[in-house]
Design a protein around this ligand. Structure first.
Ligand code: ASP
Ligand code: MG
Length: 408
């Protein structure tokens, strides 16, 4: 007998019929002899609707009251699911975040989990009950309800799996796994059987919106085996773990794009030591994350530095630099948000030379110009014009098609 944590997202519990479907998945697992803790999100768009409701009454509502409100969505889905399981004749109890022992820091709206005091969950499991827990919430040291940030139920599930030492944490959603590329964009994209935590983190931050990033970080830290699968199809999904078996055979796991970025170029900087420090410490002090950085070779005692930030930070970054023009000293700033980052990710890349060359060749053959390049041990990213991004994903995916370890 093993302990399985199952998390069901908003679409999986959107209406009565789907809640009954989820109740069936949970009770089938229980029937097979496993202990089950299920973590549920709010039904469908409930969280968005609650945010709208609040705005009608007070657009500047305090974060404390927002959390009080938003936490109710998960209570509804959990109570309803427990009722569905009762109707099927199985022992079940639903618990709120605080009943399940989630203690967080005080950051209303985006709280971090400090610990999970799992005694109550353990007692219930010992009684052979199915335990249903509200995702996305806990309480802080004032005993106020806090929420974990949008999409936070994944993180709740992984935290429970870590604390209880679960054998598996299944994340049920409306897609049937992680794909080698967005299947809406690349029709022949394949579902991956397995992927490493590091690859998943890269893909998640590159805009493959399947798992909450914090949940993958936590799963990696506590070595929680994850599986992403569909609550509708009944098919096996994608396993996310530390090392994947097929890694020797294949070294590429996916192509992703990120359109939520902008590029800034500082043109005509003094070619003296300390300039890069001045530029990037200014941005860091103002909490602006910088991604790709490119510095040109100095000529005529000047140089250029280009870098990317997320779109939302573009204007602030530009203003900060303009405001500090006299101390940083540059000729002008060139800004563009007509850019996208396209990346290829694979844990086995380290041992396989030529991945970058192959990617550039695919882009060259398609006549796509590369603006910037950056690489890490498991990733090669290029910056291209936004109108080329989708085509870039397709041609790169085609070029590496035989390398992917997905199902054929
Ligand atoms: N219901 C919350 C949200 O929509 C949490 C979650 O779905 O994970 O963000
Ligand atoms: Mg939701």
């Amino acid at each position: 007998m093993s302990l399985i944590v199952q998390k069901f997202g908003g679409t999986s519990v959107a209406n009565a019929e789907r809640i009954c479907n989820v109740a069936r998945i949970i009770t089938d697992t229980y029937k097979a002899g496993h202990d089950v803790v299920a973590v549920l999100s709010a039904q469908g768009d409930t969280t968005d609707e609650l945010i709208e409701k609040a705005a009608e009454i007070n657009p500047n509502a305090s974060k404390r009251e927002m959390d009080m409100l938003l936490s109710t969505g998960e209570q509804v889905s959990c109570a309803l699911c427990a009722m569905a399981i009762e109707a099927l004749g199985y022992p079940v109890v639903s618990l709120t975040g605080w009943q399940a022992g989630f203690r967080t820091n005080s950051g209303y709206g985006n709280a971090r989990i400090k610990r999970v005091q799992a005694d109550r969950m353990r007692t219930e499991l010992d009684k052979r009950r199915i335990v249903i827990v509200t995702g996305f919430q806990g309480i802080n040291k004032l005993d106020d309800i806090t929420t974990l940030g949008r999409g936070g139920s994944d993180t709740s599930a992984v935290a429970i799996a870590a604390v209880l030492g679960a054998d598996l944490c299944q994340i049920y959603t409306d897609v049937d796994g992680i794909y080698t590329a967005d299947p809406r964009l690349v029709p022949n994209a394949r579902k991956l059987e397995e992927i490493t935590f590091d690859e998943m983190l890269e893909l998640a931050s590159l805009g493959a919106q399947v798992l909450h990033n914090r949940s993958v970080e936590m799963a990696k830290r506590y070595n929680v085996n994850l599986e992403v699968l569909s609550s509708f199809s009944g098919q096996p999904g994608t396993k996310v773990k530390e090392v994947v078996q097929t890694m020797e055979k294949s070294y590429i796991s996916g192509v992703a794009k990120d359109k939520n970025i902008a590029r800034l170029a500082l043109v005509g900087l003094q070619d003296t030591p300390g300039i890069a420090y001045k530029v990037f410490s200014l941005l860091a002090r103002n909490h602006i994350n910088v991604d790709i950085i490119l510095q040109s070779i100095g000529r005529d005692s000047t140089k250029d530095i280009s870098f990317t930030v997320s779109k939302g930070d573009m204007e602030q970054a530009q203003k900060l630099l303009e405001d500090n023009k006299s101390s940083i000293r540059f000729d002008h700033i060139d800004v563009s948000d007509n850019v996208a980052k396209v990346s290829i990710v694979g844990a086995g890349m380290v041992n396989n030379p030529g991945v970058a060359a192959k990617m550039f060749e695919a882009l060259y053959n398609a006549g796509i110009n590369i603006n910037m390049i950056s690489t890490s041990e498991i990733k090669v990213s290029v910056l291209v014009h936004i109108t080329d991004a989708d085509r870039a994903v397709r041609v790169i995916h085609d070029r590496f098609y035989d390398e992917f370890n997905g199902e054929r």
